[in-house]
Design a protein around this ligand. Sequence first.
Ligand code: TRP
Length: 334
Amino acid sequence: MNKLRVLTGITTTGTPHLGNYVGAIKPAIAASQDENKLGFYFLADLHALIKCHEPEKVHQSTKEIAATWLALGLNTEDNVFYRQSDVPEISELSWILSCMAAKGLMNRAHAYKAAVDKNLEEGEDPDKAVTMGLYSYPVLMAADILMFNAQHVPVGKDQIQHVEMARDIAARFNHHFGETFALPEAIVDSQVETLVGLDGRKMSKSYNNTIPLFLPEKQLRKHINKILTNLLEPGEPKDPDSSAVFQIWQAFADEEKTAWMRQQFVEGIAWGEAKKQLFELINAEIKDARERYNALMEEPGIIENALQQGAEKARAHSAELMGRIRRSVGIYPL
Ligand code: TRP
């Protein structure tokens, strides 16, 4: 039986935080245990260069993200875990696809449009600081997806458009050169939680309100103590549904524990106590993984090894398909 091909990329520009964990990493790791699926999970380091020109950051983030996924138990035995830049066929395909992608389509890409709109608002040249990398971002992403004939691409809402562009480009290629690519579909799981951050807005690096996933225990406690609350005293009833503490609790607790905490709020639990409980809950869930994470960070050779093995598996797929693509477009030995 052919397994369903699922693919996800993570841009290597930051340190994984609790929001990434709840919204993307945890569901992906669960899916990696599903025998009916073949997962492609990769570190999008070429994408990182679009928004980050600090080599140390890109390198460190690659290490941290890889260590995080491995420490949390990604099933790399039955799936493919690799670094984008280790698969040169992706870059090659990106060029070939860019010759099939309409410029007009790229003009409509959100990330590029947002940059142009901002420039116009500020009275600047519309293309100020817009690189070709930013402009072609959706083509590289299409290459990531199509290179492995991925059918399902789990993404956040902001990425739906990019997956649709990949689908468009694939259809155009297939139409012109013959059936080559599966048409990918964006999967946006409404069950998957968007975590709120320290200030009650969505937890996101751009809001500077994150709690890094594998902070040392003491620091984790400190960060949790910084979650925004109001001035209600111990004993005064508190509204769980407008509380960031409760919402984060909910993302980690099962139904029973959620109901219990809801009751504690009604009964006027002190903020300090609620936060202490929240720390215990989160810490219990990630404690063992944090130890594995720290061990891996001390021994990057082990991470590198896992990535090299993943690249080999990935290239078995990409080299085969690339051979066919080259032939389709007329690039092959005389
Ligand atoms: N652009 C995605 C993001 O920033 C990451 C990414 C790169 C990706 N290539 C991908 C996601 C391919 C899914 C499929 O979130």
